[in-house]
Design a binder for this molecule. Structure first.
Ligand code: HMG
Length: 399
């Protein structure tokens, strides 16, 4: 019989800088309440010139490797839509930065914000095949839209790393999940652009529609009733979206739609994303980290995870928090990663918004030092050069 499989450890990282929506609103002459109440956002993480998905991923994954070692990790699945190379996967840079074993399958996953869930599910499948092994799943992204566009206040950046194993210490992932996919153009980023193209209003209705269909599939396959879940972690491009989605699902299921019911279902799931903004693949797992790190005790309770990636794929999953999960958490470190960011002025933010990686002659030093544990120090002959402020922990095991 296949053992229970799921999340054995989970850690969060984000960029070292952030812009508050109060500053953005002031400069754009917008009522700050539009962002804070209308979108449900207080701030968004902004990466420095020496930060990218690799530095954030390393910051999230290093403590996991430090705690558990890397010798059982057979698969490293890196989900991102902000890849740093069209060929080499971002996960390979982590080998030298945090010390991963050579005997590992390292691959990048892409399907907009859904990529992290694809990686997580395939990690579960790999562990089911050999339960003595573990898989490291990383979801890391930078959400960047055009300046002065309606989507600008929904930017952000972050990474979540998860160790997937048999008999997990944090949460078991149910084998039953619901799926939906469809070829639509609600949000996309052509390879020649550093900012996404989006049909904002359409993307909101496409998200609701896809989650509804994924939930229906989940129910068709024998998944639990909505009333059996204690919390709902939604993909949060902006946190108000989670509230829209939950109202939509309740209505669809014929259940009463009250503010109290929605607030209770989403309690503590939006705190991290309110401060970070959209972290694409990482966003739904930021919601999970946020609720697990909260004061609520969810031992033995069911948590729904609703993942959506534009384009589009959606999946509805069920997790159960296991006995003793709270002792495994990294709540203080996760909160510190979010709480210790440097607030930017509007002009500093604008200068960091320009993506310089696509327009240089192959060699340059990064400008500024964001102060993170891992740095993209620059480029030499088109090679990205990373530095760690501390040596890789582990696990030269397997080298
Ligand atoms: P907008 O045109 O700026 O905003 O675009 P709006 O006019 O619709 O206002 C937003 C909300 O603020 C509304 O609330 C207003 O009423 C309210 P709602 O009616 O929706 O409940 N509002 C105020 N509230 C309080 N005080 C005020 C005030 N003024 C207005 N003074 C939009 C919003 C989301 C379209 C835009 O930000 C956008 O295009 N964002 C990017 C796309 C996006 O995030 N889509 C979400 C679904 S798709 C998805 O999640 C996938 C994605 O993550 C990508 C991936 O998969 O990789 C994006």
């Amino acid at each position: 019989m296949t053992p229970a499989i799921g999340i054995h450890d989970l850690a969060v990282a984000t960029s070292r800088h952030m812009l508050t929506h109060a500053v953005l609103a002031d400069r754009l002459g917008t009522d700050p309440a539009k962002y804070q109440r209308g979108l449900g956002q207080d701030a968004m993480s902004i990466p420095g010139d020496d930060e990218d998905v690799v530095t954030m991923a390393a910051a999230a994954a290093a403590p996991i490797v430090e705690r558990h070692g890397a010798s059982r990790i057979r698969n490293v699945f890196f989900a991102t839509e902000t890849g740093v190379d069209e060929s080499k996967c971002a996960g390979l840079y982590l080998h030298s930065l945090i010390g991963l074993p050579s005997q590992a399958r390292v691959v990048e996953f892409k399907q907009a914000c859904y990529g992290g869930t694809a990686a997580l599910q395939l990690a579960c499948a790999a562990v089911a095949r050999d339960p003595s092994r573990q898989a490291l799943v990383i979801a890391a992204d930078i959400a960047r839209y055009d300046l002065d566009s309606a989507a600008e206040p929904t930017q952000g950046a972050g990474a979540v790393a998860m160790l997937v194993s048999a008999d997990p210490a944090v949460a078991v992932i149910d084998p039953v999940s619901g799926l939906f996919s469809s070829d639509i153009m609600d949000f996309w980023r052509p390879t020649y652009r550093s900012t996404a193209v989006v049909d904002g209003r359409y993307s909101v209705s496409a998200y609701l529609d896809a989650i509804e269909h994924a939930f229906d599939d989940f129910r068709r396959l024998g998944g639990a009733d909505l009333r059996e879940f204690e919390r709902f972690c939604y993909h949060q491009p902006f946190t108000k979206m989670a509230f829209k989605a939950h109202r939509h699902l309740l209505e669809h299921a014929g259940l009463p739609v009250t503010d109290e019911a929605v607030d209770a279902a989403l309690a503590d799931t939006t705190d991290y994303n309110r401060a970070i903004g959209n972290s694409y693949t990482a966003s739904v797992y930021m919601a999970l980290a946020s609720v697990l790190d909260s004061t609520s005790d969810l031992t033995g309770r069911r948590i729904a995870l609703a993942s959506y990636g534009s384009g589009c794929v959606a999946e509805f999953l069920s997790l159960t928090a296991v006995d003793g999960y709270r002792e495994q958490l990294r709540s203080e470190a996760n909160r510190a990663a979010i709480g210790n960011r440097n607030p930017l002025s509007y002009s500093e933010y604008r200068s960091l918004h320009t993506d310089r990686t696509t327009a240089h002659d192959g060699s340059r030093a990064s400008t500024g030092d964001s102060g993170g544990m891992y740095r993209l120090s620059g480029f030499e002959e088109h090679k990205r050069i990373y530095h760690a402020r501390q040596p890789a922990f582990s696990a030269k095991v397997g080298h």
